[in-house]
Design a binder for this molecule. Sequence first.
Ligand code: PLP
Length: 407
Amino acid sequence: MSAPTVKTRERLSEVRYEIRGELARRARELEAQGRKQIKLNIGNPGAFGFRAPEHLQRAIADHIADTDPYTHQQGLPAAREAIAAFHRQRGTPNASPERVFVGNGVSELIDLSLRALLNPGDEVLLPSPDYPLWSAATILNDGRPVYYTCNPEDGFLPDPEQIEALVSPRTRAIVLINPNNPTGAAYPRALLEKIVAIAAKHRLLLMADEIYDSILYDDATFQPLAPLAGDLPCLSFGGLSKVHRACGWRVGWAVLSGDPMASGDFHHAMDLLGALRLCANVPGQFAIDAALHGEDTIAALCAPGGRLYEARRAVVDSVAASRHLELVTPAGALYAFPGVVGTAAKGFDDHAFALELLETEDVLVVPGSSFNVPYRNHFRVTLLPQPADVREVFTRIERVLDRHAER
Ligand code: PLP
């Protein structure tokens, strides 16, 4: 056979997104053969029976006749005003509708904002573990991810000294994911203040992925970054996918705050890139005001008795009872990131483990190394299945790890 005519972008070979990768494909094959699985790979609440709140659905239904035209590239004015007001209430300086960008999910805005920012070879400080879109979008926009490590020994919190040591003349931005996917860590104010000081000293853009901002458990609190950043340029990301359980609507936003002089042409770059893709999905934008200024529907799910809380409790209890696992209890978000320890961890390969778990126990998890960590003894589960299913999953995991320990 002759060589293919179509060649693909070379840097794609550096990009991984295993949350929907090989293992998910294999799971579908097995499913087609009639195998019933418990899937804990994707943070997609709607796939587990969670519904977007009714008042959000109604807001879209009521306006469906108004959704035919394209909107302004940055989003519907009323939606942007609602987002800006939400940010002003939080104390974000200079949050105005003109500095809000509505996108097809936070995903699109991560890509657009890095495209607006990076020149070839520019560096972005990313957490390890990260949500792998951040690495992928950095690479595909010709940048270079430089990882600061968030280790389980430190409760998966970043170390500001390490972050500062990684700053180079090519560094353009510091990305924070708070509350964190995949670890569930929620960052304390004092730590964020130190990171803001580093951004100020080295003139870096702060990029705060806060899509899980009100998914918090027990006494965990969320500290938004922008109010601490003050005059520094800061781009804060939020959306409807997680807190409002509306992943499929594809609604996210980014708010540029700080001194407009300091962010130079960045606003115009975002506006231009937004214009090139015309606008974000319009029906979903009509739900934004209702989501941000209507009834809170997430707190009850995260409180004792709530489904997310009880699923998290099921993970915590199961790990406590396990002979092979350890866990930093997630303070927020929709995930847990347990590590395998002891004899089962000897020669452990997270991919081989995840495949074995799928093939032999019909459970789908994501190997930890998919989140750009150098170690291979972790895996990520979502907190979305019914708590009883989560317990069942950990019974099956324990069975596989018992076998590993005996090898
Ligand atoms: N950021 C983080 C940390 C995420 O976990 C996700 C989705 O899982 C996204 C961004 C993208 O969300 P969406 O594009 O649905 O707004």
